[in-house]
Design a binder for this molecule. Structure first.
Ligand code: ATP
Length: 496
């Protein structure tokens, strides 16, 4: 098995910078062959961006690549080691059901990890079977591609294949493998692993690797101290996460499992397990059925990000300054920056959603008052902004109370006070308020058709609508429909 003979015309062009790190960071590992691979979905557009030939990828040989039955030319599969805090508890983890085939170098010279998720057991599998089920892998495909179309940094999905094998969960499920594409898979948990189980040189090696790969502008800075590159790395990672979480909040995305192994150093969203988009606005919304205490509720996401980044900072401490006290001071100062950066990015996004140009002191109150009303009236988050964008206020997204009328008056007065035309305002709002998000009931409907009836047309239509969330086409109006009241509040199943 695993002979390196896949169709050479597919365009695989691997390098292996991660594999050049010390073996402490990974284990070389081949995929376990599966019985009967079948291609379910292939992302033609992403394939082209990666310099891959979509037609060749559909060939039997390359479907075998997506299944782990064949190695593409130049691949050197490995499972990455990492640790992490899961729901606040530290544990050793690692790719227990994933393999990095290598880093695809695109025609433009960019570098992307190509990873198979669900490819069989590895030394990090603990008690797990190393496998994944079709529903969750399609879910990751749909939501990650929706996030990308919304302009939110994310890992991406190139393909899903079924394996022809059964995975045993609470019930028997169809096995599947997702081919995931990422700027890298280095996580906060990778640093925690190095700090906990390795030497200081391992942390330094990993930090230099991440700087080279994601923050090359920092490479020439001094080693330690206030002007050092490791402090700069911490600051940059904080900045990217602040920007990322602000984007999540702006579209109502709830990650669901913000464990430290699910926070990347690239600043991309990773691991679409029990995630979902909020319907009615409520900061306490939780989607994961295993998150009993609401640790990862929508409204907690910014503070959990700081918690995770604090674990990252702890792993870096000895690199920040020779004296521990000074290192702690520098880390704390950097972490304090998150709140301001998050708030600035979020306010900027919210102003755009409301068509506000420029900045005025009362904008924050205007925005918070709107959210307060939405919360009070259980108004749908996405549809409220759509109603405001298109002036559909004859069918208000919430009860037409005096407070709502008063808020509308304040908003209109703020708009009237700016020099931009109505068209410019509408255009800004159209670009800032998606017509379609992957609402849970629509995703579940697509998955049910796919998994239970092998009908992939529902998913294909959904993917098409999600690919251009700001197009505001008539067909997309269909996806603005809310779930039936009986479905609310609901939780996504936390299947893997
Ligand atoms: N079926 C399984 N067999 C073996 N290991 C598993 C299995 N499911 C999850 N794991 C491992 O458990 C840990 C946590 O799982 P989690 O569901 O958060 O990650 P994942 O979805 O598998 O991976 P990723 O974070 O890369 O998207 C990871 O180390 C993962 O590899």
């Amino acid at each position: 098995m695993n002979e390196p003979s896949a169709n050479p015309n597919a365009g695989w062009n691997f390098d292996h910078s991660y594999a050049r790190l010390p073996e402490f960071f990974y284990t070389k590992q081949e995929a376990k062959p599966v019985r009967a691979p079948q291609l379910i979905v292939l992302n033609d557009k992403l394939a082209a961006e990666l310099g891959l030939n979509a037609e060749a990828l559909r060939s039997e040989e390359n479907v075998a690549v997506f299944a782990g039955n064949r190695l593409p030319p130049g691949a050197e599969p490995l499972a990455q080691a990492y640790a992490g805090h899961q729901f606040g508890y530290f544990t050793m983890l690692g790719d227990g059901r994933a393999l990095l085939l290598g880093e695809q170098i695109t025609p433009g010279g960019d570098r992307f990890d190509i990873q198979l998720k669900g490819s069989g057991r590895t030394p990090y599998s603990r008690g797990g079977d190393g496998r994944a089920a079709l529903g969750p892998m399609l879910r990751e495909y749909i939501i990650s591609e929706a996030m990308h179309a919304l302009g939110i940094p994310t890992t991406r999905s190139l393909a899903v294949v079924t394996t022809g094998e059964t995975v045993v969960r609470e019930q028997d499920l169809r096995g599947a493998i997702l081919t995931r594409v990422a700027s890298s898979h280095v996580r906060v948990g990778t640093f925690q692993y190095a700090a906990q189980f390795g030497e200081l040189t391992d942390v330094r090696t990993l930090a230099d690797y991440v700087i080279q790969r994601h923050y090359p502008q920092l490479a020439e800075l001094a080693d330690t101290g206030e002007a050092g590159r490791y402090l700069a790395l911490l600051r940059e990672a904080i900045q990217r996460q602040a920007a990322l979480i602000a984007q999540w909040q702006l579209v109502g995305f709830i990650h669901g499992v913000m464990n430290t192994d699910n926070m990347t150093l690239s600043g991309e969203t990773i691991d679409y397990g029990p995630c979902a988009f909020m319907d009615a606005y409520d900061p306490a919304t939780v989607f994961s059925s295993i998150d009993r205490h609401g640790r990862y509720a929508y409204g907690n996401q910014p503070s959990i990000a700081v918690w995770n980044l604090s674990r990252f900072a702890e792993s870096l401490l000895p690199l920040l300054h020779d004296e521990e006290e000074q290192a702690v001071r520098l880390a704390e100062e950097a972490l304090k920056g998150f709140a301001g950066q998050f708030e600035a990015a979020w306010l900027k996004g919210m102003r755009s959603k409301l068509g506000l140009f420029g900045e005025q002191a009362e904008d924050a109150a205007l925005i918070h008052d709107l959210l307060g009303l939405m919360h009070q009236h259980h108004a749908d988050y996405t549809n409220t902004f759509l109603a405001l964008t298109f002036g559909r206020l004859e069918e208000p997204p919430m009860a037409y109370t005096p407070e709502w009328a008063e808020w509308l008056e304040r908003w209109r007065a703020r708009l009237a006070g700016q020099p931009e035309t109505d068209d410019a305002v509408r255009e800004l709002m159209r670009r800032s308020n998606p017509a379609v998000i992957p609402r849970n009931h629509r995703v579940e409907e697509a998955l049910e058709a796919a998994v239970k009836r092998e009908d992939y047309s529902v998913m294909e239509r959904l993917l098409q609508a999600l690919a251009q969330p700001f197009a505001h086409t008539p067909e997309q109006a269909d996806y603005a429909e809310l779930p039936p009241a009986s479905d609310r509040p609901y939780r996504t199943f936390c299947g893997t």
